[in-house]
Design a protein around this ligand. Structure first.
Ligand SMILES: Nc1ncnc2c1ncn2[C@@H]1O[C@H](COP(=O)(O)OP(=O)(O)OP(=O)(O)O)[C@@H](O)[C@H]1O
Ligand SMILES: [Mg+2]
Length: 193
């Protein structure tokens, strides 16, 4: 894609290694095919799993770069290292990314207000309503381009954020909106990529 389009769609720049990743070409080609719309993804959720230090963040960064190059809007957050992450910290981070989109239009701004209003009034008391409001927001962003919501160390993201995202992603069809996460391997010692 041309550079001017990319800068219009991107939020924060994605960090990347100076060197190509070893042994990650095949999986990166799969991501590229999905994000460019040339291959279907089984559902909206894409998971990078591996043990600590196995290169999950590096692969997530490379996948996000590939998504940006394919013209996707990439929204990012990550799990904190604190013992009790603040409720909705991750969600607010994603909303900040949306608010900083250069091509955010009136509809997007209106939907941001709806989510923040719902958050302020009901907090953790009504995840269905909050999830619905967040869906409305992401769907308004989807009108600007394919969307990737990338979450590094998803296992350490606050529960309120994950419950809100769960509501949304369980209702997603094939809408070119993807949730890309990293987390520890479910079976110890086994990386899934
Ligand atoms: N495939 C690879 N080829 C070359 N270098 C890599 C590769 N994967 C990771 N690295 C390098 O290894 C180091 C650790 O990788 P990274 O931080 O991505 O691991 P991680 O699984 O996210 O670790 P953490 O458990 O701290 O979250 C980084 O310096 C990264 O650049
Ligand atoms: Mg990491």
């Amino acid at each position: 894609m041309v550079e001017s389009e990319e800068s219009a769609l991107s939020t924060r720049p994605v960090a990347h290694s100076k060197f190509p990743l070893v042994d990650r070409n095949a999986i990166l080609q799969e991501f590229e095919a999905i994000f460019s719309g040339s291959a279907p993804s089984p559902n909206g959720c894409l998971s990078i799993e591996g043990s600590w230090g196995m290169g999950r963040t590096a692969l997530l960064n490379a996948a996000c770069l590939s998504a940006q190059s394919a013209g996707c809007i990439v929204l990012r957050t990550r799990g904190g290292t604190g013992e009790r992450p603040a409720p909705f910290g991750g969600l607010l981070h994603l909303i900040e990314d949306i608010a900083s989109l250069r091509n955010a239009n009136e509809e997007v701004v209106e939907q941001i207000h709806k989510v923040l209003d719902r958050l302020q009034r009901e907090g953790e008391r009504n995840f269905d309503a909050l999830g619905a409001a967040f869906s409305g927001l992401v769907l308004s962003v989807r009108k600007l381009g394919f969307v990737v919501v990338a979450i590094d160390d998803a296992d350490q993201v606050d529960d309120a954020t994950m419950l809100t995202l769960e509501y949304f992603f369980h209702r997603l069809d094939d809408q070119q909106i993807w949730l890309l996460t990293t987390s520890p391997a479910r079976q110890s010692g086994a990386a899934r990529w």
